[in-house]
Design a protein around this ligand. Structure first.
Ligand SMILES: C/C=C/c1ccc(O)c(OC)c1
Ligand SMILES: [Fe+2]
Length: 501
């Protein structure tokens, strides 16, 4: 648009919608807090930083019913050392963030629809979905663009990360995988040649940032590929049946539409040395693949892929073509094992042959001991929603806000014994995604701590709850924050020993 074009009116406050109300009221806070209050005690062997990101719109949107996923990325860094905790909060200085701050108003339009923007952006990402530590930098990630690099200590934004020009794709997944033995970062981008393109770009990056391999694939449909999985020899691409249509976008519509007719496709590609024609697209009846827990190969060479699987459209704010979407309370995601013979002639995956529910609770945000990523593993930690645990829903309903699924507890599932242990943080609390912290000196899988951000709807403030995985149901430390941090997506624990000096 030219500079004389009138901008759409910019509201001065956030709309009266669940995703902007109660606990979800945007905070806009950046902070440095040198000492946080601790109830209980932080074990002396914990020394590192928990980084996580949340969407937190800097300005009220000028579009209708902006989803939670469109807020500006704001990074929290919780530093735990010598039994103490400190905290820093910074927005990622994306092009969008900087230009909106200069203009003192929202300029970006709808989620991933450039045709609705008030100005033209080179890069319109919000960098709001994950934050990982790689090659001495933090990478703030959203799947619609390259990463933004940040300083791990100061959280200053360094700039758009194109890996010295090596990045072949317009996009970069929010869920790169790290090989615990080699430090290699395994990635992909979808819509890798632009909005609505079926092109998927697979790439592997050495720990020093050198690109090792790129493979261009074409997916059977331009669908969302949010998380993925890697084994010793294979990469697994689960397609969410949310599909993109550039024409709809041009008309000012949504980037995504739920497609009940589209199967749940799973692409399988050799991890190393695959050619574009080597990708094989397996099919399963329509459903919604959520986050991965882990994946590995069994003795027979089959891929064992554990993930959250829901029957219904979890992204209920992007309905089907007739406007149909489930109500959020009816969503139920289960930790599910899909077993695939990568060499099978038969591309149809069936409930009887290939699918098994491992844990039937309503769960999401699975985390493992990352030293066992891509390998046979035994322990999965996750968020769970079990209304029978005693959440006081009538009390918190007026301040919950909404626009996304809620979880009221943390769980540890032992795949070997089939047992689930549960931590319930309290009747006026909800949990965010946990991180696993290995115990110093212990190589035993799952031996360590679980750390999660907790929303306290009685205090309307945030807390970190720290659990010892050997005594999972009790809290070791509650660390109180002087701020309210709205719902976030993903984060990671970075041990002080792994930070390059
Ligand atoms: C479960 C979260 C999935 C997700 C997928 C696409 C996005 O753009 C996003 O933004 C925060 C989150
Ligand atoms: Fe995710």
């Amino acid at each position: 648009m030219g500079s004389n074009t009138a901008l759409p009116p910019a509201p001065s406050h956030f709309p009266a919608r669940p995703q902007f109300q109660g606990f979800q009221k945007p905070g806009g806070v950046e902070a440095d807090v040198s000492n946080l209050e601790v109830y209980g005690h932080i074990p002396a062997d914990i020394d590192g930083t928990f980084y996580r990101v949340m969407p937190d719109p800097q300005f009220p949107p000028f579009i209708e019913n902006d989803p939670w996923f469109n807020g500006d990325g704001s990074i929290s860094a919780f530093r735990l050392t010598q039994g103490r905790a400190s905290y820093r909060q910074r927005y990622v200085r994306t092009e969008k963030f900087v230009r909106e701050r200069e203009a003192r108003r929202a300029l970006l339009g709808k989620y991933r629809n450039k045709f609705t923007d008030a100005v033209e952006f080179k890069i319109r990402t919000t960098a709001n979905t994950n934050v990982v530590h790689f090659n001495g930098k933090l990478l703030a990630l959203k799947e619609d663009a390259p990463p933004y690099a940040m300083d791990p200590e100061t959280l200053e934004t360094i700039g758009l990360e194109t890996f010295k020009g090596q990045l072949p794709s317009l996009t970069f997944t929010a869920h790169p995988k790290f090989d615990p033995d080699t430090g290699e970062m395994i990635c992909f981008g979808y819509e890798a040649r632009g909005d609505g393109t079926p092109d998927v770009c697979y790439y592997r990056v050495a720990p020093d940032g050198t690109f090792l391999e790129t493979v261009w694939l074409v997916s059977p449909v331009a669908a969302m590929i949010h998380d993925f999985a890697v084994t010793e020899n294979w990469v697994v691409f689960p397609l969410i049946p949310q599909v993109c249509d550039l024409e709809r976008m041009r008309r000012g519509g949504e980037h995504w539409e739920w497609s009940p007719e589209t199967p749940f496709y799973i692409g399988i590609l050799p991890r190393v040395g695959g050619r574009p024609e080597d990708v094989r697209w397996f099919r399963h009846p329509n459903c919604f693949p959520g986050h991965s827990s882990n994946a590995y190969e069994d003795e027979a060479g089959r891929i064992v892929f554990d993930l959250g699987l829901s029957e219904k459209n979890v992204f209920f704010w992007w309905p089907d073509k007739d406007g149909n979407a489930p109500s959020p309370e009816t969503l139920h995601s289960q930790l599910t094992r899909i077993t695939i013979d990568p060499r099978s002639e038969d591309l149809e995956l069936t409930a009887a042959k290939n699918v098994k529910v491992l844990e039937g609770s309503n769960s999401e945000f699975y985390r493992v001991d990352d030293r066992f990523a891509m390998r046979k593993y035994r322990h999965s930690f996750f968020d769970m929603m079990d209304p029978s645990l005693g959440t006081n829903f009538p009390a918190i309903a007026p301040v919950l806000g909404g626009g996304y699924p809620l979880y009221n507890s943390l769980a540890h599932f032992d795949i070997e014994t089939g047992e689930t242990e549960v931590y319930f943080p309290g009747p006026t609390h909800m949990v965010q995604e946990p991180v696993f912290i290995p115990r110093k000196g212990s190589g035993e899988e799952g031996d360590g701590y679980l750390l999660a951000l907790v929303n306290n709807y009685a205090s309307m403030g945030s807390e970190l709850h720290l659990l010892d995985t050997k005594d999972f149901t009790k809290v070791v430390a509650k660390i109180l924050l002087p701020v309210r941090l709205r719902a976030g997506l993903h984060g990671n624990w970075v041990d002080a020993a792994d930070v390059r000096k």
